[in-house]
Design a protein around this ligand. Structure first.
Ligand code: SAH
Length: 410
């Protein structure tokens, strides 16, 4: 029978006997846990030598003696010689020191679990019966994948941990376009402060007792003012809650994430930011538009359509090697077009308007600067939409050139 213990090896003496590949693998892990490792082995493999050098570990370059185990909390023996490993294990047994014996078929008093980690949670796999590393590794990997997907109940049930805020970029909408880190933090959250855009399906997967606060900013409706959102984040974190501020796209691209970080820091609340796929890139991409394309567009200018059209935006619009990506630009489109035309941008500059990118309602309107206002009105274009101006928005950019196809057929 086996009892699994979570042992803290940080700062504790661990002896490793043998300098081969098994030692190398385990050594890294023990070092990660903060153990003070000593090695006894006549020779070291290059991997072990590298770790010994990198961490200035103590190495006794000779065969092991039974007295070497004295003073260790844990001994790991992997000499490749079962008789030697058995001697070391016996010496440990006598001294009541836990020992991992890596010889095939051997049973030390301890064995290392195959570990899956997620945040502060560690799940280990061991077997009561003989060692079966492949089975343990497959189980570990499967559990690790579930943990990373946020599909296991990772929320802390016991209060006491300090509150914190994580600004999570949720990407353009689909749950599987979130990052693994964002998904995990969501699974750990007590409070989720969410917007209208970004992943909303994922909210229905949360525990029923997770508090979800919708501060969604609908145009022409009453949004929750930013200073109130900041205050909400701080108040819940102060109350010891794990708060996730879930945002569409990336928190630092027109997401006011910077202001929220500043508010948390000013209040002394620990805060971290998880990047997300920004709609600047991912929404055009959903319509088959690369924002840069070799030989077509070498740069990207990103602009908030609601802001005054600046000189730099006019310069970008006028430069046929630059792609201009406009967010929040539907209402301001006529003004932007007028400014561009006055600045001399050619009327045939290609434009694509991509609505609801990465959702079932995605729609792309391809047009030109001269026609976009009429075409957008005719199509009834609505928010949210990303407007792409530039040669990359030309229909058929990525299609094989039909004349080439004909030529190669001849
Ligand atoms: N932080 C976000 C942007 C927030 S501003 C990001 O990095 O993507 C909101 C604007 O983003 C919308 O007005 C629209 O221009 C754009 N947007 C966000 N999601 C979108 C989607 N799924 N389809 C089209 N546009 C989107």
């Amino acid at each position: 029978m086996t009892t699994m213990l979570g042992i803290s090896l940080a700062g504790r003496d661990v002896l490793m006997v043998g300098g081969g590949t098994v030692t190398a693998r385990r050594l890294q892990r023990l070092l990660d846990d903060g153990a003070r490792v000593r090695i006894v082995a006549p020779l070291l493999s290059p991997e072990v030598q590298d770790l010994v050098d990198a961490h200035s570990l103590e190495w006794l370059p000779r065969p092991a003696r039974t007295t070497d185990v004295d003073g260790a909390w844990l001994v790991h023996t992997a000499t490749g010689v079962p008789r030697v490993d058995a001697l070391i294990a016996a010496a440990c047994e006598e001294r009541r020191i836990l020992c991992v014996n890596a010889s095939d078929g051997a049973h030390g008093t301890a064995r290392l679990a195959a570990e899956a980690r997620s945040g502060d949670v560690v799940v280990g796999v061991v077997s009561d019966a003989g060692v079966d590393p492949r089975r343990a590794a497959r189980l570990r990997d499967t559990i690790g994948a579930l943990l990373r997907d946020g599909r296991l109940p990772l929320r802390r049930r016991r209060a006491g941990a300090a509150g914190r805020v994580d600004l999570v970029g949720g990407g353009p909408g689909p749950t599987d376009l979130m990052t693994l880190r964002g998904r995990r933090l969501l699974a750990e959250a007590d409070v989720v402060v969410a917007d209208r855009l970004g992943p909303t399906d994922v909210l229905s997967e949360l525990d029923p007792d997770v508090e979800v606060i919708d501060v969604g900013k609908r145009p022409n409706h009453h949004p929750v003012p930013q200073h109130e959102i900041n205050a909400l984040l701080v108040a819940h974190a102060r109350a010891g809650k794990r708060v996730v501020r879930l945002k569409g796209g990336d928190p630092f691209v027109y997401g006011r994430g910077g202001e929220e970080v500043a508010a948390c820091l000013a209040a002394g609340i620990p805060v971290e930011v998880v990047p997300g796929l920004t709609s600047v890139v991912s929404v055009p991409q959903a319509a088959g538009i690369p924002v840069t394309h070799r030989g077509t567009a070498a740069g990207v200018h990103i602009v908030n359509g609601q802001a005054e059209t600046s000189e730099s935006t006019l310069a970008a619009l006028a430069d046929e090697t630059v792609t201009t990506v406009v967010l929040m630009g539907v209402a301001a489109l006529p003004r932007l077009v007028r400014a561009a035309e006055q600045a001399g941008v050619p009327a045939d500059r290609p434009i694509a308007v991509v609505e609801n990118g990465h959702t079932p309602h995605q729609r792309t309107t391809r047009t030109t600067l001269g026609r976009v206002v009429a075409d957008a009105a005719a199509a009834g274009v609505q928010n949210p939409a990303v407007i792409v101006v530039g040669e990359v928005a030309r229909a058929g950019l990525l299609m094989p050139d039909p004349s080439l196809a004909e030529g190669s057929g001849r």
